[in-house]
Design a protein. Structure first.
Length: 80
């Protein structure tokens, strides 16, 4: 049987890094404009931009990717 990694065995299992700010900066779109185009509260977009979210709503991510015309891998990255 294959040995699987377990979070019970290791304490540093990596993290998900938000890169929404990089895409927004490349496309020259402000947080306020993205909030309006996605119909998401500015405070949520601001936290996405700053990378300060602990939980991410998949619907909001889909809206952001749609408006920014990017893929999920452009806005999220897994770092071990």
């Amino acid at each position: 049987m294959k040995d699987y990694k377990s979070v019970l065995e290791m304490k540093d299992y990596g993290k998900i890094v938000l890169k929404v700010n990089q895409v927004m900066d490349q496309k020259n779109i402000a947080r306020n404009k993205l909030a309006k185009l996605t119909d998401v509260r500015f405070e949520v977009i601001d936290r996405l931009y700053k990378g300060k979210l602990e939980r991410v709503d998949l619907d909001i991510l889909a809206r952001v990717c749609f408006v920014l015309e990017c893929s999920i891998s452009d806005v999220l990255e897994f770092k071990e």
